[in-house]
Design a protein around this ligand. Structure first.
Ligand code: FE2
Ligand code: FE2
Length: 296
């Protein structure tokens, strides 16, 4: 496959966003689920990379190349004004559901199906109501795609910018083309940050996690906000990296992000949830935490 450096010429390498999530599932299979497996061998990473579909590989190439610190700051300045839309949570769920995947409509579930399946499994396991709600909304930030943002700026495992990249980040070699790699200030282990400054002080690569955190931050308990903000931060919650940036609060909250991860990755079933039956429960749950309208 010929690599093309022009972003606009190839803005959507993935056929659908699920391809990235399928790749994550191969990389972190359910049967070997462990919160952080520090003994993973380097060879395994090479295999995941070698076995990845060309579309997934190209997706990571673009993500690692273009997610610079400047890019992140520009996106934060733009999107965190939250001046694009005003809508309630259910309206946002329906809006996100327009993000349809036309590659194989028989086997691919909608975005809403994924969110309901995640929430329903959390509910079945008897977790608190805020946790169920977090399952329902955690990917709402993917509406960034509907605002015209390229896939590599919406999904993908997230990582801190402004400091050295952990070598546990998949397709690490693609960071060689990131402009920040040439800035020595950004390439020490702490980079622009102070030791144990806390995740709140750290700017992450831009995507659906950080965006939704800002939309919901006034309404949910902090455990929920950690899950929303860091559920794609696999180098942290599955690989145990970046401890030097964490404070005690982050270390305490890590267990919630880890508790959420299997629901996100392993609850996809091909039977779509019964929306009509479930709707009243989720309407009540949304009302319990959110005002009728949020700024997006
Ligand atoms: Fe997500
Ligand atoms: Fe998800």
């Amino acid at each position: 496959m010929k690599m093309n450096d022009n972003v606009s010429a190839n803005p959507a390498p993935l056929e659908n966003l699920e391809e990235w999530e399928d790749f994550l599932k191969e990389r972190y299979p359910e049967k070997s689920f462990q919160a952080v497996d520090a003994n993973k061998k380097k060879e395994q990473f090479r295999n995941y990379e070698a076995d990845a579909r060309p579309t997934v590989r190209e997706f990571y190439r673009l993500n690692h190349r273009y997610q610079t610190r400047d890019f992140v700051q520009e996106k934060r300045r733009d999107f965190l004004k939250l001046n694009r839309r005003q809508m309630g949570v259910w309206e946002a769920l329906e809006y996100l559901n327009q993000l349809v995947d036309d590659s194989d409509p028989d086997t691919n579930l909608s975005q809403l199906d994924h969110l309901l399946q995640t929430a329903e499994q959390i509910r079945k396991d008897g977790h608190p109501r805020w946790f169920i709600l977090t399952g329902l909304i955690h990917d709402l930030g993917k509406i960034l795609c509907l605002f015209g943002e390229p896939q590599w700026a919406v999904v993908g495992d997230t990582f801190p910018v402004g400091c050295a990249y952990s070598d546990k980040i998949v397709f690490h070699q693609f960071f060689a083309d990131n402009a920040d790699s040439k800035n020595p200030r950004y390439q020490t282990s702490l980079g622009v940050y102070e030791k144990n400054a806390g995740l709140d002080q750290v700017q992450m690569s831009w995507g659906h996690d950080e965006y939704l955190y800002h939309v919901t931050k006034d309404y949910l308990p902090k455990e929920a906000l950690y899950i929303i903000r860091y559920h794609s931060f696999y180098p942290w919650h599955r690989e145990g990296q970046y401890d030097h940036l964490m404070n005690d609060e982050d270390r305490k909250m890590l267990k919630w992000v880890q508790a959420f991860n299997p629901y996100d990755l392993y609850t996809k079933s091909h039977v779509p949830p019964n929306l009509k039956e479930l709707r009243p429960f989720y309407d009540d749950l949304i009302k319990e935490y959110f005002p009728p309208v949020l700024k997006w």
